[in-house]
Every structure is written in structure tokens, then in C-alpha cells.
Design a protein around this ligand. Structure first.
Ligand code: GLC
Length: 542
């Protein structure tokens, strides 16, 4: 196993005293949509290997890959048939080892998706479990007897529609599935299951993986008494799976013990990261960090995506999140993902540039999703090409996830440089944003992302500094980062008209989201922001 190289600009002090993810920028890649190497229309490990130069050029410090394990692929690989092998469409374990080595040589860490809540129904564990009521794995999944009327044991709903219980003739029992019928939930009350997942983690950690993103971490344990979920009073207009409030299926107290167990395995390997998909309102975030017993290092936080796009709402969302963090917790900010609608489609390119500056200047680890850096928008998917099982089962709510899962557009050729074959999902029009075109343009949003990533690496104040709120003025969202006597002021104009910021002292303009202002002194710190412009200002010491 090769070890990670220390990057230029990373001081020994930063690497020795603080976990690496405090200063890392993390990039999510849906492997199937990144780069195809063999013409089958699906991205793969060899394709990713061939794009390491791009990752290095962009400056990201770690990549998180969506599941790469053997899978029938009914749910983007979140239905796993074998946790310890690579799906043949993606490559082999040798390809994987090569990739880890090359990424590490480039100073880039690798995070895998860990899917502990459920397997695919063709996983050997489930095949055995469903074969009888008394086999060695009989209790590895969530089995229950029928209700008195012979129907499902209770009213629990699958997130993908319909009852969450599926009848199994052989056992004369139902099994529980939080998601698809083909994704049975593992029984996390069973210590053997916990031990088996711990071994899966060690298998990958031994191969040099730098951490995991835990999928669906809030639903690992379900109510032991199988009590009915109550109706959801806010269900109006929401899709049928949200008709009930999932108090007995989600975020049960015992689930936190499972996360602690997972964390214990991570802690056997110094320097590895545990992040996770969590649920609930901002004020629940602290409990996913843990208190006396540590849980996730980074519970993923989507507050920026969920906030209305105006200065006051953003300020409120950011303050609420930071205020909800336990004192030692390190913040994290996510602006995109394989389940999330592309925010560029909602706020537009001009404001997407503002979001880029916001993400890269907040205190906490920034996460973005492949394509965010080119301002990629949702790709329209014709009905006959839809692959997302959620959209097939719960259509009509505008929640299809394929538009953000469309393959990466590397250039303006019809298949975007992604594949020589037929892409598994359409890429959208060839005149849409692409990497090559934006690499040629010094003012592109891609150039902006790259510059912001580099600036963050150069400036300890942006990585480590305290975050101090300022009162937003007239559509300008403002805050300060403060470190060791240095201060950086971030001013973001969340509207399309110019806005004046009244400063209170000398400063030096570091950069503008328009990428057309040279670093320059600002005599009294005041600045006229153009429409959709964000700037960072180094405040002069008195
Ligand atoms: C997580 C994944 C999502 C998947 C679900 C079921 O929420 O992010 O893509 O459908 O788990 O595994």
C-alpha cells in the first residue's frame, strides 16, 4: 500500500496537527458517469485513472466514489451483491489497486461508499437467509410474521413506494426493505451482521482506502416492537412514501450505537475519514457527530442546497448550522450530489459562481459533485431512457435523479469525450458546458473553481480561520474569516444589480468571482460590487 504524498502548499504543521480533511476539498464522482474506457457506455476505474491529471489540475484533495462493488445495478450500485469485489462493468481488483496507488502518488485520497443498511436480493447472505427459518443466516435480515389478517406486519412504507414489507413464500414471513424490494435491509441488531460489515470495511481499508461515506446511516435500526408510523401532517403534495412520519423506522436511538461501531473500525486505522448521509433538520446534526463516543467525523450537510437563494436566508441557514455544531465538531458543506438536483439549474450560472466562492470560503470541508465545477445543469432525460428506480416507481413529482447523474461532458463532441459507445444516460446537447471549452477560457466557472481551490490551499485563514458573521447589507451576504491576526472578508452580491459595500478600513482585494480584477489596495475597504459578483478582501492590520 502506497502512502499519500504531501502536496505543495500543505505545511508539515497542517498535516501533523490536524486531520487531513480539515484542509481538503472533496469531489464526489458517480463512477458510471465519469469516464468510459472500453466503449460500453459506462464509466469505469480505468477511465477514472485516465482522468487523474484533470483532478490534479483542478486541485481536489480527495474523491468519493459512488458504489463500485458487484451489483445488478437497479439503484446506481446501492444494491450490492458482493461487498468485496468490483463490478465487472467497472474493472477488477487489480484495476482498483492500481487506481489507489496512482491517486495516492498524485496526493489524492480515496473515499468509498459503504452501504451497510441493505444488500441486493441476490447477495449470498440473503439467498441463504430467505431459504428457511433456521439456516445460519436466518436472522441476518429483518424478518417478521404476517399481521393477524395475513397482510404486512405494519404500515411501514418503502422510500421507493408501496409497503416496505415483501412476502417470502419459503419462510412464510415478510422481509423489510427501506428502498427497493430487491434491496432487503440487514438486521443490525444481529452482532454477526455488524461483524461482517466490519470485515468488509477492513478489506478496503487494508487496500489503502482513506475512508467511507456511510449510506443511509440514519435508518440502520428499526423499532423492535414494529409500531406503526403515524400520519405525516405535512404530507400534502408530497410523494406517497412521505405520507407517514417515519418515527419508528428512521433515526432510532440504537442506530447511533451502530454508527459508533462503524467508527470503532475506522479508528483501528489512523487518519481515515468517516462521513455519512444523515437525516433530519439542522438541529439534529450534533447527534451524528457524537459526544462522549465519537460517531461520524463529517455528517454531510446540505444546508446550502436547501436554503432559499437570498442573502438573509443564506445567512440564517449558515448561522443555524454553525450554532448547532458541538464545540469540537468540524463543519462540512455540500453543494451537489448524485441524489440532489443540480443547484446551477435553480440559481443560474451567474449565482453558481457566487456559490463556488461561498463554498470555498466557509469554515469547514467543502464537497462538490462532478460537473458542479463546469456549472453543469440538469440534463433532460427522455422517458424511455429513465433509469432511476425512484422515478419509475414514484413518477410525476419531479424527483427523478437521472438529470444529475448524466455523464460528464469533457468536450463538445456528441458523446462528450465520455464514451465511444452509447452512453448509459444521455449527456444533453453538445453545445452545453464542457471541460475542454472551459479550460480554454480564463474566465470560465471552471477557472474560478480551480482558482478558489488554490487560494484556499494557500491561505491558512480560509482553511482554519474562525468564521465571524457580519450583518448582511442590502443583498450582500458577508462574513469574515480570522486566523492568527489575518482577516479575510467575503462579500457576495446575491442579486443581479450592483451593490455598494461600505467598508471600515483599508484592505486588499484578493479576487473577484468575475476573475477580471487584479489584486489591488482598497483605501477605505469600500467596494462597488457588480451584479452577481463576489469578492474576497484581505483586511489590512491596523
Ligand atoms: C442513499 C443513496 C441513494 C440510494 C439509497 C438507497 O440515499 O444516496 O442514491 O438510492 O441510499 O441505497
Amino acid at each position: 500500500m502506497r502512502h499519500i504524498q504531501v502536496k505543495q502548499g500543505e505545511t508539515a504543521e497542517a498535516t501533523a496537527d490536524r486531520p487531513w480533511w480539515h484542509s481538503a476539498t472533496i469531489y464526489e464522482i458517480a463512477l458510471i458517469s465519469f469516464q468510459d474506457s472500453n466503449g460500453d457506455g459506462k464509466g469505469d476505474l480505468a477511465g477514472l485513472l485516465s482522468r487523474i491529471d484533470y483532478l490534479t489540475w483542478l486541485g481536489v484533495d480527495a474523491v468519493w466514489l459512488t458504489p463500485i462493488y458487484r451489483s445488478p445495478f437497479r439503484d446506481l450500485g446501492y444494491d450490492i451483491s458482493d461487498y468485496c469485489s468490483i463490478d465487472p462493468a467497472f474493472g477488477t481488483l487489480d484495476d482498483f489497486d492500481l487506481l489507489v496507488g496512482r491517486l495516492h502518488d498524485a496526493g489524492i485520497r480515496l473515499i468509498l461508499d459503504l452501504v451497510p443498511n441493505h444488500t441486493a436480493n441476490d447477495h449470498a447472505w440473503f439467498v441463504e437467509s430467505r431459504s428457511s427459518r433456521d439456516n445460519a443466516k436466518a436472522d441476518w435480515y429483518v424478518w417478521a410474521d404476517p399481521a393477524e389478517n395475513g397482510g404486512p406486519p405494519n404500515n411501514w412504507l418503502s422510500r421507493f413506494g408501496g409497503s416496505a414489507w415483501e412476502w417470502c413464500e419459503t419462510r412464510g414471513q415478510y422481509y423489510y426493505h427501506s428502498f427497493l424490494v430487491e434491496q432487503p435491509d440487514l438486521n443490525w441488531r444481529n452482532p454477526q451482521v455488524r461483524a461482517a460489515i466490519a470485515d468488509v470495511m477492513r478489506f478496503w481499508l487494508d487496500r489503502g482506502v482513506d475512508g467511507f461515506r456511510v449510506d443511509a446511516s440514519a435508518v440502520l435500526i428499526k423499532d423492535e416492537l414494529l409500531r406503526d408510523n403515524p400520519p405525516n401532517p405535512d404530507a400534502g403534495g408530497k410523494p406517497p412514501p412521505q405520507r407517514l412520519t417515519p418515527v419508528f423506522t428512521d433515526d432510532r436511538p440504537e442506530t447511533m450505537q451502530c454508527i459508533e461501531d462503524i467508527r470503532n473500525v475506522i479508528d483501528e486505522y489512523p487518519g481515515r475519514l468517516l462521513c455519512g448521509e444523515v437525516q433530519g433538520k439542522t438541529d439534529r446534526i450534533g447527534h451524528f457527530y457524537g459526544n462522549h463516543r465519537p460517531r461520524l467525523h463529517l455528517p454531510l450537510n446540505f444546508a446550502l442546497l436547501d436554503s432559499p437563494w437570498n442573502a438573509l436566508s443564506l445567512q440564517a441557514a449558515i448561522d443555524a448550522y454553525l450554532n448547532a455544531l458541538p464545540s469540537q465538531a468540524w463543519p462540512v458543506w455540500v453543494i451537489g450530489g448524485h441524489d440532489k438536483q443540480r443547484i446551477a439549474s435553480r440559481i443560474g450560472e451567474a449565482q453558481m459562481r457566487i456559490l463556488a466562492m461561498l463554498l470555498m470560503s466557509l469554515r469547514g470541508t467543502p464537497f462538490f459533485y462532478m460537473g458542479d465545477e463546469i456549472g453543469r445543469e440538469r440534463v433532460s432525460i427522455p422517458p424511455d431512457r429513465i433509469r432511476d428506480p425512484f422515478e419509475k416507481l414514484v413518477p410525476g413529482y419531479g424527483l427523478c435523479r437521472d438529470p444529475e447523474r448524466a455523464p460528464m461532458r469533457w468536450d463538445d463532441s456528441p458523446n462528450g469525450g465520455f464514451t465511444d459507445g452509447r452512453p448509459w444516460l444521455p449527456l444533453g446537447p453538445s453545445d452545453s458546458r464542457n471541460v475542454a471549452g472551459e479550460q480554454r477560457d480564463d474566465h470560465s466557472i471552471l477557472a474560478l473553481f480551480r482558482k478558489l481551490i488554490a487560494l484556499r490551499r494557500e491561505q491558512p485563514c480560509l482553511r482554519e480561520g474562525e468564521q465571524q458573521p457580519l450583518r448582511s447589507q442590502n443583498d450582500v451576504f458577508a462574513f469574515k474569516r480570522v486566523w492568527n491576526g489575518d482577516e479575510i472578508l467575503v462579500l457576495l452580491n446575491i442579486c443581479a444589480e450592483p451593490r455598494k459595500w461600505h467598508g471600515q478600513g483599508r484592505g486588499r482585494l484578493l479576487m473577484s468571482t468575475h476573475l477580471d480584477r487584479q489584486p489591488q489596495p482598497l483605501p477605505d475597504g469600500s467596494v462597488l460590487l457588480r451584479g452577481d459578483e463576489g469578492v474576497m478582501i484581505a483586511v489590512a492590520r491596523p
